[in-house]
Design a protein. Structure first.
Length: 234
């Protein structure tokens, strides 16, 4: 009789342990809010309250994340010891995929970031795209500002741009599309060759997908410094 009662109890304990360690698909993790998807990227806005944590979730793709505001977190990768990270506002990092983790917010302020999954990562590893004409470097912009090409991963070139009010990025060509991630609030005018000027208004943490095959000049028409991350695709 005891063995008959013991087996269901052990089964319930085993199922509970499995449930605790089961990893969610990222779209089912409640702190990740999908805001964009196309053939190149899947973009999530992430927010974790002070001293809260995400659920265990899986990253099946390589990704880039942009931190919004200073943060202190604990990164618990399944099967590895926890790692504590201190991140600065606008800090942008690349992380290889195919792992599961949860993130604990150790700070008294919300942890916010924009996570950009690179959906063509496997194809880029099998057939690397051509190199960029410039893959690292800091360019000083006339009128006050910088454009820092930070890294290239999976054929995607990631840059940070800081523009003073009234400063601009001189005329340049995008053969492929690019993604803009706003670190600060942005008011940018885009003067595209052969088209009427348009103004892009983004709040901190918002994103904008821009199609390729365009030549334009970008000017900060706002009253404060504009800081943004750009992911360029071939």
């Amino acid at each position: 009789m005891r063995s008959r009662l013991l087996f269901p109890a052990l089964l319930l304990i085993a199922l509970a342990l499995i449930a605790q360690t089961a990893s969610l698909e990222i779209t089912a993790e409640p702190h990740h809010h999908q805001v964009l998807e196309n053939q190149y990227v899947r973009v999530f806005k992430v927010e974790v309250a002070p001293h809260d944590a995400t659920l265990l979730h899986t990253h099946n793709h390589d990704y880039v994340y942009v931190t919004l505001g200073p943060a202190q977190i604990e990164n618990d990768v399944q099967g590895k010891p926890p790692v504590t990270l201190k991140l600065q506002d606008g800090e942008t990092r690349f992380t290889p995929g195919n792992f599961a983790h949860l993130v604990r917010n150790l700070a008294d302020t919300p942890f916010r970031n924009v996570t950009v999954e690179l959906l063509q990562d496997e194809a880029a590893r099998k057939n690397p795209p051509p190199p960029w004409d410039e893959e690292r470097g800091l360019n000083v912009l006339m009128g006050g500002g910088t454009q820092d090409i930070m890294f290239v991963q999976d054929g995607v070139r990631v840059s940070e741009t800081d523009l003073n009010p009234g400063a601009d990025i001189p005329s340049h060509h995008h053969s492929g599309p690019h993604l803009v991630v706003a670190i600060t609030d942005l008011d940018l005018r885009s003067d595209v060759e052969g088209q009427k000027p348009t103004t892009l208004h983004l709040k901190s943490g918002e994103v904008k997908w821009v199609p390729g095959n365009l030549t334009h000049t970008v000017t900060n028409v706002g009253k404060q410094e504009a800081k943004l991350i750009t992911l360029e695709f071939h």
